[in-house]
Design a protein around this ligand. Structure first.
Ligand code: NAD
Length: 451
């Protein structure tokens, strides 16, 4: 789409925002969400097929990680929206005696949703559910890296909504930047911290508010008292689902030296159990999104092994296939120790004392997720209390994403603001205080002042 058409789309939507404030109430919003749910259900086969074409995503993973989360978001939102939209009364303070106070959530107006490629359906439509629930209009920009899924998203939205309520603009970086030139009221961006900074700088030009859902290196700590089989199964799932292309995947694992060998064995067994002896032949294992990213991951492995790291499991690569891979003897000189891996490669690092791990985590940008495996609750609590991360999982991975009642988001480098359920509704709302005079004594204090 060229710049003029983008401007025309935004202008048309802006024009409709003021009028929609009056007629986009609870029933209309629920109606829009129900309509979206119907179209998604009707288009389920097309969504599955598009994700298979884009990166060989297994059908159960499409259902579990792309379609169900959006349907769950719709269900949860429709169930609670009336309460979320309700105006809240606030008791007067001493200084405001004689007034009545209320807080009303109002739509921000016109919102831009920019989505990444790794869960391209879920991360474009999930935020749209919250945007509509809060009464906004939206422009959705899906990722150019998953063209088949972007087209299905465009078809679904076109079939479901009038273009002055929701529009899809497809395209890459330039289109994204043209969109960012427009005066949106709110920008909800999901993607890398690098592009997140570009988005925030662009938003500053119009002082648009932002929600930034970013990434980073999410550490996982396996304590000396962990249930090793359980830890291995959860870590293998969190790391290798979607072939490691998950923002909240464990990026690397710190394992207590006393259990290192037993944990490594349990992890290999968990990988073999999930994907068989030859993961390339497994129908349950996805591919890397494109040749560029496959090459990037091979480069990370090459750099690490050139500098002394050892691949202890997997490592086979062919085209966009990269086997579930475990790598050891990582040092800070290696790129894999600095960059978000975002692929099926898991560094395992032995540690002796918890201070060493905590100091390492605190010396780096705050991660999106942090996982702890340990039966001793005090061990987990110490890590939670002494570190900062977007979210924490104890004795599990990735599931905190799926709890509709929890805020999902990062902190600083891993994100600003939160999504999901009520927190998503809040992200797309301005909370407006309204104070009404009843019998306030404050006018007695107006000038002329008396001693
Ligand atoms: P990305 O930042 O490269 O791209 C995201 C979106 O931004 C795409 O739609 C793209 O077209 C657009 N974009 C790219 N470059 C741009 C530029 N210079 N100016 C304006 N727009 C631009 O991210 P990605 O590679 O699609 O996704 C991977 C990243 O996203 C990882 O860092 C991952 O951790 C993160 N992520 C975070 C979450 C979360 O919920 N926090 C979820 C998924 C992915």
């Amino acid at each position: 789409m060229d710049g003029d058409r983008i401007e025309a789309t935004v202008t048309r939507q802006k024009a409709a925002v003021a009028e929609r404030r009056l007629r986009f109430g609870l029933e209309e919003r629920k109606g829009a969400l129900a309509h979206l749910r119907q179209t998604i259900e009707r288009r389920e086969r097309d969504i599955v097929e598009a994700l298979r074409r884009d990166f060989g995503k297994p059908e159960p993973e499409v259902i579990l990680t792309e379609i169900l989360p959006v349907l769950q978001e719709i269900r949860h939102t429709m169930r609670h929206l009336k309460r979320w939209m309700r105006e809240r009364r606030v008791a007067p303070t001493l200084a405001t005696l004689g007034t009545s106070a209320r807080i009303r959530p109002e739509p921000r107006g016109l919102c831009l949703i920019i989505a990444p490629w790794n869960y391209p359906f879920n991360l474009a439509l999930g935020p749209l559910v919250s945007a509509l629930a809060a009464g906004n209009s939206a422009v959705v920009k899906p990722s150019e890296m998953t063209p088949a899924t972007s087209q299905v998203i465009a078809d679904i939205i076109e079939e479901t909504f009038p273009p002055d309520l929701v529009a899809v603009v497809q395209g890459g970086r330039e289109v994204s930047q043209q969109l960012l030139d427009q005066p949106f009221d709110h920008i909800f961006f999901t993607g890398s911290p690098e592009v997140g900074k570009i988005v925030m700088a662009a938003a500053a030009r119009h002082l648009s508010s932002v929600t930034l859902e970013l990434g980073g290196k999410s550490p996982t700590i396996v304590g000396p008292g962990a249930d090793l089989d359980k830890a291995a199964r959860w870590i293998a799932f969190g790391k290798f689902v979607n072939a490691g292309q998950t923002c909240i995947a464990p990026d690397h694992v710190f394992v207590h030296r006393s259990i290192e060998a037993r944990f490594s064995e349990a992890l290999r067994a968990a990988i073999r159990h999930a994907y068989g002896a030859d993961p390339q032949a497994s129908r349950d294992y996805a591919r890397i999104v494109n040749a560029h990213h496959a090459e990037r991951l091979r480069g990370l492995l090459q750099d690490a092994t050139d500098k002394g790291a050892r691949i202890s499991f997997g490592g086979e690569a062919e085209g966009t296939y990269l086997a579930p891979t475990l790598i050891e003897a990582i040092t800070p000189q290696m790129d894999i120790d600095r960059e978000e891996i975002f692929g099926p490669v898991l560094p395992i690092m032995a540690y002796d004392g918890l201070d060493e791990v905590i100091n390492r985590i605190n010396a780096r940008p705050k991660p999106l997720a942090l996982y702890i495996f340990e039966k001793d609750a005090a061990f987990a609590e110490e890590i939670v209390a002494r570190t900062s991360s977007g979210g924490v999982g104890v004795n599990l991975t990735t599931m905190h994403y799926s709890h509709a009642g929890l805020p999902f988001g990062g902190v600083n480098n891993s994100g600003i603001g939160a999504a999901h359920g009520y927190f998503g509704f809040q992200a797309f709302s301005h909370v407006k205080p309204i104070l009404k005079e009843r019998w306030s004594a404050v006018p007695m204090l107006f000038p002329p002042y008396r001693p």
